[in-house]
Design a protein around this ligand. Structure first.
Ligand code: ARG
Length: 620
């Protein structure tokens, strides 16, 4: 990897080195380097002196002085001295203009200093989408799909080997219930499997679900361990005492488990219908989720019994009230993870343990990232801890696979409650996506552009995707948010369409340049930037934050950090464009330098939108 052109990353490293040399016993302390809030004080700040002062027992200004004399920044910044220390011990750093130009040239390569060195390439599994068989995708699947796809794209952009896994909920008693009901309806001549739609399946599912709920409640109770064995037994009985539909479903489940061809064929049909709708929604969301990424719960079905045997034999799991559980109190988790119920059935958690073992041992994952609702936090904490105990997270090559749950908040309706239709149904994702397209079309025609109908439709599709994806990504991942299509498709403010528009505007500058016979200088490592005006400098600093923002997302799995950075960039560009004439610049050298800034902004914005999975357009 070329050296990063991001000044924050470089300066952070230099201060870290300075702390290590001035205070060897505190080497590794966070240098707390960030961009300055107020350009009057410089471009960057190191705020480590205050926290170090407590550790070394010296006044913060003295600590700051020691850091200042140890830090090596002469190639980048104005000389540091006592005057650079402000207030209790903030160290202010001002970049030199020539250094800024050099960093911009460094960012002008195709790689942008983003790709990891060959030795640092990791294999990363991203668990995303996770739809459920025979159920309509609802608004919540936007998040598991969009955030998951974006994290995968970020990691790919860094040069990692990414394996997407769509952990489709396609197994277990609820699925057997629908399958059983569909078989019954077909045999009664009330359902034609060749023409069946996801809506039909959804209805069958809801009918089956009522019968299934007793079992579900039993599961829930079992999860809430502290309910006590008596309550548990009662609920288990309720499950066992379910009526005929339930018995039929259990027969179907066992047929499925034994690979009975005729039953599997019906199940396969349900799977095909569901996945066709799922993949179509993914296409509309511009999410790279393909059939080969599907690794549903069913794909682990045969692995569950041997896995549970293994856990039992090695004493990792123990029998408790008839169920087989792994106790986790010793790692701070009160509720044990249940891997086999009293009635012998396996659970969601058992499947997830099998999935981890497969991902670590067969897919050779160094890291697994789960993009799943934050309400499943306990589930993943238990499953991860269980796998660590069982050694399923130990990599064949040594070391342990990093397991991360990138949990997300809930999408709410205007009333602040989980998003539902007026009749209390969950909102179908396909309907929402179509509506977003209509609204985007409305916004575009309002602007009465002279685009032809086909181009307008293409742009409206990109705008709708940008609107939905950006809203979902720009909000802090763990927060809930209110779904408001009108706000999302606005062309002004912190929205996806605004960013698309900013990019299209730069592209139009190039078209105008071409029509005036002006050549746009090429963007490469030799590009000579000379940012001089405050607005040029501010734009340069905004551009140089890109590599650090991508790295931040890789580390924290929080795409909003990148969204915030590119929104700031679009605003910085807008100020620059108002204040600094480009094509009408006073002289040739300045025009070239400004055109280069435009070209680099176009590249960074385009690259960032690509990483966020937002399709771009030439004009709007
Ligand atoms: N199907 C699950 C649900 O709807 C999501 C699957 C998430 N992935 C996983 N490995 N558990 O809640």
């Amino acid at each position: 990897m070329s050296e990063t052109p991001d000044p924050v990353l470089i300066i952070r490293q230099r201060f870290s080195d300075a702390i290590a040399s001035a205070f060897p016993e505190h080497a590794g302390a966070d240098p707390l380097v960030a961009a300055s809030k107020n350009p009057k004080f410089g471009d960057f700040q190191c705020n480590a002196a205050m926290s170090l002062s407590k550790l070394v027992g010296k006044p913060p200004r003295e600590v700051a002085k020691a850091i200042v004399s140890a830090v090596r920044l002469d190639d980048l910044a104005e000389p540091l001295g006592e005057a650079s220390i402000a207030g209790p011990g903030f160290i202010n750093v001002m970049l030199r203009t020539d250094a800024l130009g050099r960093l911009l040239s460094g960012l002008s390569t195709k790689d942008m200093g983003l790709t990891v060195a060959p030795g640092e390439v990791r294999t990363i599994v991203v668990d995303l989408c996770g739809v459920n068989l025979a159920k309509q995708m609802h608004v919540g699947h936007i998040r598991s799909t969009v955030i998951g796809d974006t994290l995968a794209r970020v990691l790919e952009r860094r040069g990692h080997r990414v394996i997407r896994q769509n952990h489709v909920g396609d197994w277990g008693l609820p699925i057997a219930m629908v399958t059983s009901r569909v078989i019954a309806l077909r045999d009664a001549g009330k359902m034609n499997l060749d023409t069946i739609t996801l809506d039909d399946l959804d209805r069958a599912y809801k009918g089956a679900k009522i019968a299934c709920d007793a079992d579900r409640r039993g599961l829930e109770a079992a999860r809430k361990w502290h309910m006590g064995p008596k309550a548990l037994a009662e609920l288990e009985e309720q499950v066992a005492g379910a009526e005929e539909e339930d018995r039929a479903a259990r027969r179907v489940l066992s047929l499925l488990q034994n690979h009975d061809a005729a039953t599997v064929a019906v199940w396969q049909r349900l799977s095909d219908v569901t996945m066709a709708a799922c993949l179509e929604a993914c296409r509309m969301l511009n999410a790279d989720v393909r059939p080969e990424h599907s690794a549903g719960e069913s794909s682990y079905a045969d692995a569950l019994a041997p896995l549970v045997d293994d856990l039992e034999k090695r004493g990792i799991a123990e029998v408790s009230d008839g169920a087989l559980v792994i106790r986790l109190e010793d790692v701070g988790i009160r509720e044990p993870v249940i891997v086999r119920k009293r009635d012998g059935a396996f659970l969601y958690a058992t499947t997830d343990m099998a999935a981890i073992r497969h991902r670590v041992r067969n897919l050779r994952a160094d890291r697994v990232v789960y993009c799943v609702d934050a309400r499943q936090s306990l589930h993943f904490a238990q499953v991860f801890a269980g796998c660590v105990k069982a050694g399923y997270a130990d990599r064949p090559g040594g070391g342990r696979t990093q397991l991360d749950h990138a949990g997300f908040g809930t999408i709410l309706g205007e009333d602040g409650k989980p998003f539902k239709t007026r009749t209390g149904e969950s909102v179908k994702l396909a309907d929402l996506l179509n509506e977003a397209f209509e609204r985007a079309m409305g916004e575009l025609t309002k602007r009465s552009s002279e685009l032809d109908a086909a181009e307008q439709a293409t742009i409206a599709r990109a705008t709708a995707t940008a609107a939905i994806r950006y809203t979902d990504l720009a909000i802090e991942r763990t927060k809930d948010y209110v779904f408001n299509l009108d706000a999302m498709v606005k062309f002004e403010g912190d929205t996806g369409p605004y960013l698309l528009y900013a990019l299209a505007r730069i592209r139009s500058i190039f078209r105008k340049a071409a029509s005036q016979g002006l050549s746009v200088p090429t963007l490469d490592a030799g590009a000579a930037f000379a940012p001089a005006a405050p607005a040029e400098k501010a734009l340069a600093l905004a551009l140089l934050r890109y590599p650090g923002a991508v790295l931040d997302v890789e580390r924290t799995l929080e795409p909003h950090r990148l969204c915030g950075m590119i929104y700031d960039l679009a605003n910085a560009f807008s100020v620059f464009f108002d204040q600094c004439p480009v094509l009408a610049a006073p002289d040739e050298a300045m025009r070239r330098s400004r055109l280069l800034l435009c070209a680099l902004t176009e590249r960074v914005l385009g690259d960032a939108l690509g990483v966020l999975g937002i399709p771009t357009v030439e004009r709007m």
